[in-house]
Design a protein around this ligand. Structure first.
Ligand code: HEC
Length: 258
């Protein structure tokens, strides 16, 4: 049997080490190795090979022989041509892989809370200026606790009939559809959500859903449905009461509500 040349042996050791790290350790044994660590090991393997072939001049000459042959020897013309074709193909694939990555979502995140329109509408009916509209049932909280409770209960019903598959049983955005959605459903238990918005903002988001988001809410499509097609105005205001009642967070007000 013909002995493998030193060059081929080194190449096999190099590729074999990489396959071992990536597919045996990383794949079969399932120990995920970060790319930087793999690169470090491969660097060490290359250094070891270089040390080995440079200890003796004769070894170094033997290592270079096939390279030299491939470049100048007439008997190696075919191999030379194959390599001359493979190098541009490799570069083409490499370049393509870099360009293709640019199609990924851009680094800057979408604006999760874009500015609402100036007027709050339900279907085509204008309710009022976004800043000034208050929840028409909020005043019951002080004036008529029984009526308030009835509205919260109605909101609970609306929520559990429509919203929990995405926003979760506990309003924490962990519904069973959530893991399939990008962007994720809003988490109302996050202290940075409800206290930062007026109820009218939530009315707008619930009524118009993902399709009603302005351009700043793109590029990713929101799965949030357009609820004005399915819920009455009262049901939307009631589910908003339920969201703050259940989580214990107060919506932002500017002192206009009583
Ligand atoms: C099909 C899944 C789905 C259902 C059902 C759903 N939502 Fe959403 N919702 C989302 C997603 C995804 C987002 C985040 C993206 C966005 O802001 O549009 C969201 C966002 C929201 C927001 C915006 C919160 C913020 O921080 O701006 C509100 C309010 C909201 N949902 C309320 C509701 C209510 C109330 C219901 C039930 C009537 C409901 N959602 C039903 C998927 C859903």
């Amino acid at each position: 049997m013909k002995r493998l040349s030193l060059f081929t042996t080194c190449l096999i050791i190099l590729v074999g080490s990489w396959v071992f790290l990536e597919f045996v350790v990383g794949g079969l044994i399932s120990v995920p190795i970060p790319g930087s660590v793999v690169a470090m090991y491969m660097g060490l393997v290359i250094i070891a090979i270089l040390v080995h072939i440079s200890v003796e001049d004769s070894l170094f000459q033997e290592f270079l022989r096939p390279i030299h042959e491939t470049l100048v020897d007439d008997r190696r013309r075919l191999r030379r041509r194959v390599i001359a074709v493979l190098i541009p193909i490799f570069l083409l694939g490499y370049t393509y892989s870099i360009i293709a990555q640019r199609a990924n979502p851009p680094g800057s995140p979408r604006d999760a809370h874009p500015s609402p329109p100036l007027e709050l509408t339900y279907k085509d009916e204008v309710i009022g200026a976004m800043q000034d509209v208050v929840n028409p049932f909020r005043h019951y909280e002080k004036d008529d606790p029984e009526a308030f409770k009835a509205h919260v209960e109605n909101g609970r019903r609306v929520y559990h009939q429509n919203c929990f598959p995405c926003h979760g049983d506990h309003l924490d955005g962990q519904g069973h559809f959530a893991s399939y959605l990008q962007p994720l459903p809003a988490n109302f238990q996050d202290p940075g959500i409800i206290p930062n918005f007026q109820e009218s903002f939530f009315f707008w988001r619930i009524a118009k859903g993902g399709p009603g988001l302005p351009a700043a809410g793109t590029p990713w499509d929101s799965a949030m449905p357009v609820w004005e097609d399915h819920l009455t105005k009262e049901e939307i205001w009631d589910v908003i009461l339920f969201l703050s009642d259940y989580t214990g967070y107060q919506f932002r007000t500017f002192g206009e509500a009583h």
